[in-house]
Design a protein around this ligand. Sequence first.
Ligand SMILES: NC(=O)CCC(=O)C(=O)O
Length: 261
Amino acid sequence: MRASLIQIAVDPDEPVNSRRQRVASLVREQRERHGADLVVLPELWPTGAFAYESFVDEAEPLEGPTYEAMAEAAAAAGVWLHAGSIVERDPEGPLYNTSLVLSPAGELVRAYRKIHRFGFDQGEAVMMGAGEELVTVTAAGLTFGLGTCYDLRFPELFRGLVDAGAQAFVVPAGWPARRREHWTLLARARAVENQAYVLACGTAGTHAGVEQAGHSVVVDPWGEVLAEAGLAEEVLVVDLDPAKVTTTRDRFPALKDRRLR
Ligand SMILES: NC(=O)CCC(=O)C(=O)O
């Protein structure tokens, strides 16, 4: 199966709706241009992950304007779409940082509320609720476990996803440039320790004064980097093979030597 990761530039001068339309047309062309079965977008790309002051105004229901634009694009292209995350307004609860996974028919098949909120005593950590559910989804022949940005620092989440059947992880992010080394290192660590693909899709540009790391990366189950973006907006195209997960786990069966559960 082939995946396209779209590292979107989040420019505060581009209105959110224009960005939605621009991203929708990028999604639409991924099948025809690159033969993609799956398209992946970053964390909170409509607003920017650090644009805390816009979270309340831009919050939307699960099937709000971002979903609508992405559903139309996924269906037009006939691709699975991990649409990155949105600021979700739950009518009965707080805001959440929620990732959406859409089928090639444009249906919302899974939503994942980010479990580990970033910011310590400010921003997302105080403005949003914490998700509580591990989420996996089987798409185009692979079972993906979902995480979001800061989640990458919490290996127990990814091990839990492996226990739930994950062969690959999708990690949308809005990771800052000043901790770029951590991003690449953690993406490779999660791949190696879980013998799983990692599809880590970040943003480009600078918003809310925070320069983004870019450098979206795809790592295979042996820890090899298959593709890595630069700093600017860019599309990464990679082929993923479920058999590679099986052979890696069979030939070097470290996951079978676990003693603490
Ligand atoms: N949006 C985020 O979760 C940022 C995470 C981050 O900056 C870090 O883990 O470092």
